[in-house]
Design a protein around this ligand. Sequence first.
Ligand code: CAO
Length: 562
Amino acid sequence: MAVEIVTVPDLGGAESVDVIELNLTPGDAVGLEDSLIVLESDKASMDVPSPFAGSLVKYLVADGATVKVGDAIAEIETGAAEQPAQEEAPVEETPVEEEEPQLNKEPQSNKELQPNKEPQPAEQAPAAKAPAVESEQLIVVPDIGSDDEVDLIEISIAIGDQVEEGDTLVVLESDKATMDVPSSHSGKVIKILAAEGDKLRTGSQVAILQVSNAEGEVTAFPVEAAPVAAAAKSPSVAPAAAPAPVKAPTAISAPAATEDGASADVYAGPSVRMLARELGVSLEKVSGTGPRGRIQKNDVDSFVKNALNNPASAATGSGIPEVPAVDFSQFGEIESIKLTKIQKLTGSNMQRNWLNVPHVTQFDDADITELEDFRKSLKAEGEKRGIRVTPVAFLIKAIAASLHANPEFNRSLAGDGEHVIQKHYINVGMAVDTPRGLMVPVIKDANEKGIWEISEDIMSLAGLARDGKLKPSDMQGGCFTLSSLGAIGGTGFTPIVNAPEVGILGVSKSQMKPVWNGSEFAPRLTLPLCLSYDHRVINGGDAGRFMTHLVKLLSDIRYLAL
Ligand code: CAO
């Protein structure tokens, strides 16, 4: 028994292609040359035949993924102890749709997609488990919690390095976080299969290690499945002879633009791309309604209709004059500091939310004198448990209870503009101030957790955010956001709604204030609360009720137990 990994064969020049079909399900019998998956480039679709007979263990790519030459596709268990080396199986190409005139007009397109029939370098490793003491182990990106591609921003190893299981091999950066890719094995780095600036996803190849058989069930792997010519074109299969420098500075390249002006990352088939070209539509601006966000022809049609009906749509902010560029150096010494990816993304999200969402902010104070007494009384037990309880834990708990009592705040506008989506789960996002920028991890099912558990979540998520180690899944699924500047200061601010959520609570620093109790002024610890909401979904009455409920819970936390 051996498990073989099938990789994307030579695409004849196409740099990256979409996986549009997974033909089998794990456990299925696979015959030699059976089609495993269907790929689609800008110009044609292609079957990838299996170079092995056996049974499918699992796919290493998802339907809708973008792959390139050399990416791992699937694992196949070949019942035999000895298998022939993986050959470059010819790609069976079929034109995508008859309506695709480009294939007729441009016969060279077909040629581009012809499989490379050149014999492969003799360096291919035997595919069977090698009897030798040493064998080769492919390391791929583990599950990163989403199907999205992320940027490779740092290679932490060099050819010849000895790495231990768990050592960081490369660092990836998504829109929201950076992640270390740890080595799943100990061994010597003999090839690095990715380069800085590459876009990788779950299952993408990272490196090949030489490991000893003591490592366990290591299967020899055909290391030269990607032809050299294609490797030269695609940085993701950069030959090992050109190792990336260790700890090189972060370099994030913009996604490559295609001839239709759309990013190569856009998920759309050739006929849709052609339609977009004909209509002069940039596909990057079109939201896909197909499976996994695939852009379909009707999405392009709707985009055009919408653009015609709203020539200067306020919803997108178009028509707003740009802020003029100023040469500040004429006034004194200056320095240009590059924004981090997270800062850029936060900036564009803030602008999008500010322009799209009609904001109203409402203010109130909660009397947290007793809450603070209780919180301080937890200190000794907290030390024993290794948990620090701050007012933020009570705020999250009270927000969750207020969302439950006021479900309008747990809604989002549906994309069709005709519905609102009512969520029946309660996840609360928490803004965290980090050196790389603002991050918003999400405390899941906050309504079902107690103060200790919420405090643990706050500590771990804020720690991961500050270390740049949040996974995309840690930041997804929020229903409402808390932005606490309490430890920093201020008396109030107007937070921007984190759309498509419809509410956000800003919290400033608590202060002792004299409060009239009916007969005298008494010193009370008051916490300033600022609730911004999307006035399309929430009306003032809803907001008033939400805030009053929240204030009641914080001012008398016994209500939190009800
Ligand atoms: N008033 C007074 N003190 C407060 C307070 C408040 N509203 N909230 C917290 N504190 C105190 C705590 O009591 C604690 O002090 P003690 O240890 O003496 O009890 C201290 O501040 C803790 O601060 P912290 O920041 O370490 O922890 P936290 O749980 O209060 O907050 C977090 C966690 C992640 C919310 C916070 O660290 C943070 O990053 N806030 C910034 C959010 C932000 O940037 N918002 C703006 C987004 S829009 O640009």
